[in-house]
Design a protein around this ligand. Structure first.
Ligand code: CO
Length: 302
């Protein structure tokens, strides 16, 4: 693991230029909804996009100033069959799980949780006022790993590899690789790329993307231009699958997530917090949950 903010050569030096930027296939605003105990959020990646954006199952964005819109948090609930990635921009969230683990997620930090065979956890705000902003991404597990033992990693902001380029573009490498920089997390099968990019006015950013990997961006400050298409604040851009990478330009200070991954091309059957490959596996998940097997699971902190 590369620790953050160590001196390093500009990782852009060795980046092969993107010669055929992927275009924007579709802009998505998402759906305003609430989850947990009344947390207001925008479901950006909805169930109807799971096949198109395989291996990603869900992206929620939350940005609430009013405590009434987040104070209830997400009390005890189960998960099975996939991974949850929580990325905080502002505010603090404490998590507890059925094995007695707990952790505090602060601004810039990530919790990467592999639900695997199943656990019960809660995610509750540790603040009474002020901005609560962040994201939760759901990443599928390959069928062979869906029943793996549950585990998680709390990654504080300081442990996320981050650097600035000469034009003061700031890139935080949460998962995958940017130039020579390995992200905080590497995952098999889905090989996710998860970057948080802060782009100053008048600058540009490029990133090579493996052919066939599904990819999208989500703008959460300012407005960016992806291969010539404007992608305003609070919009996801689903990228086409032709081309060798992504090219982003902006006329104003902007921030966006860039997320890509290798599709699993397996059946997806979701029932609430359970995502499996067949209806029978979903029935089994419900039976196991009702039988208390999730509460008994040992959850490892990795
Ligand atoms: Co959860």
């Amino acid at each position: 693991l590369i620790t953050a903010r160590t001196a390093m050569n500009n990782p852009l030096d060795d980046l092969s230029n993107v010669t055929q930027p992927r275009g924007v296939e579709r802009l998505v605003r998402g759906i305003a909804t609430s989850d947990g105990a009344g947390v207001k959020l925008t479901r950006v990646l909805t169930q109807d996009l799971q096949r198109r954006l395989d291996p990603f199952l869900m992206l929620d964005a939350f940005r609430n100033e009013n405590p009434e819109d987040y104070i209830g948090g997400f009390p005890n609930h189960p998960h099975r069959g996939f991974e949850t990635v929580t990325y905080m921009i502002a505010g603090r969230m404490r998590h507890h799980d059925s094995a007695g683990n707990q952790g505090l997620l602060g601004p810039g930090g990530v919790q990467w949780m592999t639900a695997g065979s199943g656990l019960i956890h809660s995610e509750l705000p540790e603040q009474q006022e002020g901005l609560m902003e962040g994201f939760q991404l759901w990443l599928n597990l390959a069928s062979a790993r869906k029943m793996t033992a549950p585990s998680y990693r709390d990654i504080p902001s300081m442990a996320i590899p981050e650097f600035e380029t000469e034009d003061v573009t700031r890139v935080r490498v949460i998962a995958g690789e940017f130039g020579h920089v390995a992200g905080a997390v590497q995952r098999p099968d889905t090989e996710p790329l998860f970057l948080d990019v802060h782009l100053p006015a008048g600058s540009r950013f490029q990133q090579a993307l493996a052919p066939g990997y599904n990819a999208f961006s989500y703008t959460y400050r300012g407005s960016i231009s992806v291969a010539g298409t404007d992608v305003p604040d609070r919009h996801m851009a689903i990228l086409t699958n032709t081309g060798d990478g992504v090219l982003v330009e902006t006329g104003q200070d902007s921030r966006f997530l860039l997320i890509a991954g290798r599709p699993l091309a397996e059946p997806i059957v979701q029932h609430g917090p359970f995502v499996m490959n067949t209806p029978e596996q979903i029935h089994q998940a419900v039976r196991d949950y009702q039988a208390g097997k999730f509460s008994a699971a040992a959850v490892q902190a990795l």
